[in-house]
Design a protein around this ligand. Structure first.
Ligand SMILES: C[S@@+](CC[C@H](N)C(=O)[O-])C[C@H]1O[C@@H](n2cnc3c(N)ncnc32)[C@H](O)[C@@H]1O
Length: 220
């Protein structure tokens, strides 16, 4: 059974042939997608041997090993075949950006890319904008006390321009007006209010943008 965060990542994957899960650890996400027939084949990849062994064990236990390829690799460097979907989840912004950057032309060919960064969402969105990946969907999840934002992207030929509210709140998420979004904005507000104590100029602008979106939800 997937946790809420992984369930929401899975929900963003449309049915396709091959998915690569980069930094898969135990392999729970691709094994679940295989079981539900959302994907037909999984490439389960991790930079470390131990997580990969755990994924291999789980694939055997669920009798899904014939539909899996296991690759020890930094990002997709050691897997050279085309895939239809890629997931990079549960890592920090720097690792996610490095994995995409080192094979950026191959990532451009992937139809569905789903990212879930544990840190610096604003930097991740800026990186995507600079590299012409459009954010086509964003999902917000609260699992126990933690908020997670899941971002689905697609490579574009045109320049993409995101403003401050797109980078700080999310180009898709900022249109959301439900209670979870209100809680998330309050969470961002508290973070910025704390940073503001350190007198960072960007934070005072950021807090005004967040406040504006909190006002929109409260008056709608
Ligand atoms: C915290 S786990 C996340 C597991 C799963 N993706 C999830 O979201 O639950 C991060 C995994 O990424 C792997 N990892 C870290 N850097 C990586 C890289 N550059 N390429 C591939 N895997 C990496 C780690 O070994 C670890 O197993």
């Amino acid at each position: 059974m997937l946790n809420l965060r992984l369930r929401n990542i899975a929900k963003l994957i449309e049915p396709c042939e091959v998915l690569i899960d980069i930094g898969s650890d135990h392999g729970f996400l691709p094994l679940s997608l295989l079981k539900t027939q959302i994907i037909q084949k999984a490439v389960i990849c991790d930079i470390n041997a131990l997580p990969l062994q755990s994924a291999i064990k789980n694939a055997h236990q669920t009798h899904l090993e014939d539909r899996c390829t296991f690759v020890q690799s930094n990002g997709i460097q050691n897997y050279k075949h085309p895939v239809d979907a890629a997931v990079i989840a549960g890592m920090g912004y720097e690792t996610i950006a490095q994995i995409i950057e080192q094979d950026i032309e191959r990532f451009r060919l992937i139809d569905q890319i789903v990212l879930q960064s544990n840190t610096h969402l604003d930097k991740l969105r800026a990186f995507l904008m600079e590299n012409k990946f459009e954010i086509v969907n964003e999902e917000l999840v609260k699992d126990r006390k933690h908020f997670y934002v899941i971002i689905k992207v697609k490579s574009k030929k045109n320049v993409i321009v995101y403003g401050d509210s797109d980078l700080w709140i999310g180009p898709v998420l900022k249109a959301r007006k439900d209670d979870l979004m209100f809680q998330y904005l309050m969470h961002l507000y508290r973070i910025e209010a704390n940073v503001l104590k350190g007198q960072k100029k960007e934070s005072s602008m950021k807090i005004q943008v967040i406040q504006a979106y909190l006002d929109i939800i409260q008056t709608s």
